[in-house]
Design a protein around this ligand. Structure first.
Ligand code: BGC
Length: 730
């Protein structure tokens, strides 16, 4: 216990002790608030660093090197929020890089995700942060979205379950923030685009996952850059107050997305935005004057301060000092092992055709004399894009390194990348084929890098520069513009194509022609249209951006040490034309409920690989399905028996899709992952709240329409063996 008669700097510690001892949280926050001067209160409402030095450092020196602080009050010992980004790991310091969230979404395993959250939270805490900004759950409306890798997939239920798990794990050590609220599913135009969406679609499709994470107790919400129905999200009263607080009961604090997240700093306060991040920027210029003039009121300032202090205290009080989080947790052996386990669990085997009577995978080490490992990305060390989620991880196992380490007795042959870079596409494909022709099997690693997809800032934009405060040094803006345009800000962004680069496709065709045991490993953050080559090769595996241990995990999966555990968290269409239109330069876009698998289902179009699809090295059946509405009609109980009918242990995800009457939309309403030994079976029981079937009739009005609901219980969204049950709801 701290000394209650101690100096001023112990004020926060005393408040914390009182909450830990069971004292009232609101009262403790109120006492703390009463100690703050008016300036200190205003200081809570934006980042602590002055704009210009902060901005020039960010662009010139580097980003995310250490926590970004908002609202520290050293006089009273208030730490402030100490933000560290994610989600692929802790971006500060040199931390563990996990597979990107889209990979983790493919595990369909919230328990595993919770362990990832706990590891990231511990690493942030160990490095001076108290706030994890990486619970990204925006819906994958279109796979061209540059930041697709940062989220978990296309279905709200999966997004919500994984977001809840990540936040829950992280909040054992730090506060967590869910983002980007809301409807942020395109990148290049994110600072300016207006998303038009009707009430029902917004609440049934684009918000349920946010509601789930909020109601599970996340500490904070980050507003998005875009506007929704004409109102910028950082000052959107409907979203930040009516929905978030009044309807969902959110009690934490809201922060803006960084630098360009609001246009009207004074109006943002009563709208429900608590902190402008990450600098003292627009509010620092305007709020004090507005208060003086009567255009803003102290009641709103205090409301925001209360939320910030209360959340800080409340979370800190639940963090057990006894759970170790010293420097030794950062990239610990345990976290590395977790990164490897998650990577293997996430890899999705899409195709595994027999060669000489045996599926091409797993490769049998004892039968391999020589293995060709080729393709542009075979020896590229990468963990994803170079935006705000980039983790400066101390080491990365590439696919080639992982296979070499796993196959000491096998001759691994590859192409000399340095020499090849001078050659043209055809010559490179021919060189790979020459190597593959002499090998017992060929692994081709192709796909994307940060240059093809990722977060995007773009070139210096004078329009957005209007949001910057005047600088003391009149040349500061020019300096910024120059440093900016010299930097790497214009790479990544929304994908220009959903196909592999043409040189990758050429190489695949050349290698497949000479080696029947060809396996293509695809590195990407979301859907790749594979129609031009997938039938030509025996094996296709999506490996994602697989984290620092990705190459080791890839070897585990290719050699069968581990089952490829992933199932697609989105649909892979036959052609781009099966998806909604995507204009990365749009100034306005209308979001309806038809996208991904939902759109394919409505149109009766078959996917190349449907949502939820993935093969393993064993086989499963789903049977004995029973589905009933419970007595008080609040939930459906669905039961099914899953059986491992194959020769090995493995994982399986049972999935439940509903087709609703009237609208006829079809989507995921339940899932459960199980791990079973050969011959083992288990009865899975799912409780599906009827809310998942409900239609939004108007603000705060939901209705489960009467009629016949079809439930398909199976292994993916287009499983021919799925069992269909009809439920007539009154
Ligand atoms: C991104 C956020 C991120 C923030 C801070 C923004 O540009 O949109 O996701 O948390 O930067 O790094």
């Amino acid at each position: 216990m701290s000394d209650p008669t101690g100096p001023e700097e112990a004020t926060y510690a005393r408040a914390l002790d009182s909450v830990r001892a069971g004292g009232d949280l609101d009262a403790a926050a109120e006492l703390l608030l009463a100690e703050l001067t008016p300036d200190e209160r205003l200081g809570l409402l934006d980042g602590d660093e002055p704009f210009w030095p902060g901005m020039l450092d960010m662009v010139g020196v580097g980003y995310n090197l250490e926590p970004i602080v908002a609202g520290a009050v050293p006089r009273l010992g208030i730490p402030g929020v100490r933000f560290a980004d994610g989600p692929r790991g802790a971006v500060i310091g040199h931390s563990t890089a996990f597979p990107v969230p889209m990979a983790r979404g493919a595990t369909w395993d919230p328990d595993l995700e919770e362990r990832v959250g706990e590891a990231i939270g511990a690493e942030i805490r160990a490095q001076g942060g108290n706030f994890f900004g990486g619970v990204c759950i925006n819906l994958l409306r279109h796979p061209a979205w540059g930041r697709a890798q940062e989220t978990y997939g296309e279905e709200p239920l999966l997004l919500g379950a994984m977001g809840v798990a990540l936040a829950r794990g992280a909040q054992r050590h730090v506060m967590a923030c869910v983002k980007h609220f809301a409807a942020n599913s395109m990148e290049n135009a994110r600072f300016t685009v207006d998303v038009q969406v009707d009430e029902a679609t917004l609440h049934e499709v684009f918000l349920p996952h946010f509601r789930a994470v909020v109601q599970a107790g996340v500490a904070s919400v980050m507003s998005s850059y875009n506007s929704v129905n004409g109102d910028w999200c950082g000052q959107n009263t409907t979203l930040l107050t009516d929905v978030l607080r009044e309807e969902w009961g959110f009690e934490g604090f809201v922060m803006s997305d960084f630098i360009w997240g609001l246009r009207d700093p004074v109006a943002s306060l009563p709208a429900g935005l608590d902190i402008e991040m990450p600098f003292a920027q627009q509010r620092a210029q305007t709020l004090a004057k507005a208060l003086e003039a009567g255009d803003a009121c102290w009641v709103d300032v205090d409301t925001a301060c209360r939320r910030i202090l209360r959340t800080q205290l409340g979370t800190a009080a639940t963090i057990l000092p006894s759970i170790a989080a010293g420097p030794e947790v950062v990239v610990s052996a345990e976290h590395r092992a977790l990164a490897r386990e998650v990577a293997a669990r996430s890899m999705v085997l899409l195709r595994n055709e027999p060669v000489d009577g045996q599926p091409v995978l797993p490769l049998t080490a004892s039968q391999l004399g020589r293995l060709a490992v080729v393709g542009r990305l075979a020896d590229v060390a990468q963990t994803g894009d170079r935006g705000s989620s980039d983790v400066r991880t101390p080491s990365i196992v590439t696919p080639l390194a992982g296979l070499r380490a796993a196959l000491p007795g096998v001759e691994i042959v590859t192409t000399d990348v340095d020499r090849l870079s001078d050659l043209d596409q055809e010559a490179r494909a021919a060189a790979a084929a020459a190597v593959a022709a002499e090998a017992d099997a060929a692994v081709i690693v192709v796909g994307y890098t940060f240059e093809h997809e990722g977060e995007y800032i773009g070139s210096f934009d004078p329009e957005l520069a209007r949001l910057y405060p005047p600088a003391d040094d009149p040349s500061a803006l020019d300096v910024l513009a120059r440093v900016w345009d010299d930097g790497p800000q214009a790479v990544g962004g929304d994908r220009a194509s959903l196909r592999l680069p043409p040189e990758d496709e050429a190489l695949i065709r050349a290698v497949a022609e000479v080696n029947p045991r060809t396996v293509v490993v695809v590195v990407a953050g979301a859907t790749v249209v594979m129609e031009d080559w997938r039938h030509d090769v025996a094996g296709v595996l999506i490996a994602w951006y697989a984290g620092m241990e990705g190459g080791a995990a890839l070897a585990d999966v290719l050699l069968g040490t581990r089952d490829p555990g992933g199932r697609l968290p989105f649909t892979v269409p036959v052609t781009e034309a099966d998806l909604p239109r995507f204009d990365r330069d749009a100034t306005t876009v209308t979001y309806d409920r038809w996208y991904g698998q939902r759109l394919l289902d409505r149109n009766g179009t078959a996917a190349a690989y449907p949502l939820g699809f993935g093969l393993g090295y064993t086989s499963f059946t789903v049977g004995d399905v029973v589905a009933v509405a419970d007595r008080d009609h609040t939930a459906l109980d669905v039961q099914a028996v899953e059986r491992n009918t194959g020769p090995r242990a493995g994982g399986h995800v049972v999935q439940v899709y509903v087709t609703r009457p009237e609208l006829g939309d079809r989507y995921l309403v339940g899932f459960q992952r199980v791990e079973l030994d050969p011959g083992q079976s288990v009865r899975v029981e799912l409780t599906i709240p009827l809310q998942r079937l409900a239609s939004r009739r108007g603000p705060q009005q939901w209705e489960v329409r009467p009629g016949a609901y079809l439930l398909d219980v199976g292994s993916n969204a287009a499983d021919p063996n799925a069992v269909t049950v009809q439920l007539d709801l009154p």
